[in-house]
Design a protein. Sequence first.
Length: 207
Amino acid sequence: MELISIDGLNIHYHQKSKRIIYIELDDTIIEKLAFNFKKFDILTLEYKPFSRFTIANVLDEVTSKKLSKFITEILKNRETGCIILSPKNNSAIVDQTFLVKLSTAIAHLFGNPNHDSMAGKYYARFHVKHVDTSDSYLRKPYTNMDLHTDGTYVKEKTDWLLMSKLEEKNVEGGESVLLHLDDWEFLEQLSNDPVGNQNFIWGSPKK
């Protein structure tokens, strides 16, 4: 696909795969977003759905209304389907609260997120610690955290996922490893299986 130019953003292909588009936000974009995001606290975003679309519009305005179209094109293009978005430089402005707001804005640029049944919100937030006694594999360290869209914690069908790393302390590694569906060696075998053509209703197992 053809990459575009947006003031304040550095957009390029990921060094390991052209299926992944890397987008860096420079300091001017971060400062503009932080100024406008201050009008909304996290509680407001959780209880007032319209406010989520408001900060999405702020992000779109700051990026000259190009970012939403570009991200949507990436997600709909089977040759790509993935973006990595991050600040270009480390800054005290980019704290956990800012990142939740930024993630909310990005997600609402191209749709209304599913309601997460585990968290009881439009997003899920959790810690991964060195030692954990949780029964959820999502919170356990040193295990593969597989990306999935099978609706484990939502009732609706899921088309895309957005993940944010809010904080990192005293760790090494932890990079995400992504496998594009078209690069999966078993794709043809399983997609042609009769079971794969059934209209499943996704959801968590009933206890």
